[in-house]
Write a protein that binds this ligand. Structure first.
Ligand SMILES: N[C@@H](CCC(=O)N[C@@H](CS)C(=O)NCC(=O)O)C(=O)O
Length: 219
């Protein structure tokens, strides 16, 4: 392999939607050369850097050691920057990261409720999902309501929002009746356009069609 060869990646995770859908979508949109590996768990837990996944391994192209990263959002941002899916303007980039961190907080809270957190957590979750939808919708309106958060093409936050909804729909808290249907009914037309753009994207569609149990989000 020459020093200028494009990198190849190995992504370690469980064979579920989980928290890495934005990483999968970024890899596909970047046309990266990547493979997903599903280690045996817990047998291979302590061979991961922090005993958790995802782990991204970027194979070295120049004889230096492979580059290994953990923490899903760090991996996302590394890929988004590397492949031009996050604005170069610092304020716009920070805005995307802000929205993404809000999504992640709500995803974590949704999982805590799924694992048994009680009424107070359910109320917080309900409130935060409402604010998340409103907040994302405002940004989409500011960008002209064209189904993209920034400019007129796919960027990091479009893919992460899709991954966020997929995560909470794929692993819903069963203690909240009609959780998925309720959130779907609250999704605004502005957000629905983003979802449609992601689902119809030529580089993402095959992946989306390959997991009919999870996709499409609104089919
Ligand atoms: N903050 C971390 C969380 C990583 C995490 O909790 N990973 C879970 C799967 S979603 C895991 O590896 N669980 C198995 C374990 O802890 O043994 C990230 O965003 O990557």
């Amino acid at each position: 392999m020459t020093a200028s060869a494009p990198p190849t990646y190995i992504l370690h995770y469980f064979n579920v939607v989980g928290i890495i859908e934005p990483i999968r979508l970024l890899m596909l949109a970047a046309k990266a050369d990547w493979t997903e590996v599903h280690p045996e768990w817990p047998q291979e837990k302590y061979s991961q850097p922090f005993g958790r996944m995802p782990v991204l391994i970027e194979k070295s192209t120049d004889g230096s050691p492979d580059f290994m990263l953990t923490e899903s959002r760090t991996i996302e941002r590394y890929l988004a920057r590397k492949y031009g899916f996050i604005p170069t303007d610092l304020k716009h980039a920070a805005r995307q990261e802000q929205l993404r961190d809000l999504q992640a907080d709500v995803g974590i809270l949704s999982n805590e409720v799924r694992l048994g957190a009680g009424d107070e957590a359910k109320e917080r979750l309900n409130y935060l999902i409402g604010r998340l939808i409103e907040f994302h919708t405002e940004v989409l309106r500011e960008n002209g309501d064209n189904g993209y958060f920034y400019g007129d093409k796919l960027s990091y936050i479009d893919m992460s929002l899709y991954g966020f909804f997929k995560l909470i729909f794929a692993h819903p808290p069963t203690s909240i009746p009609n959780y998925v249907a309720d959130i779907k009914s609250r999704i605004t037309p502005e957000i629905a356009k983003v979802i449609a753009n992601v689902e119809s994207h030529p580089l993402l569609r095959e992946h989306i069609d390959s997991r009919p149990e999870f996709y499409p989000l609104f089919g």
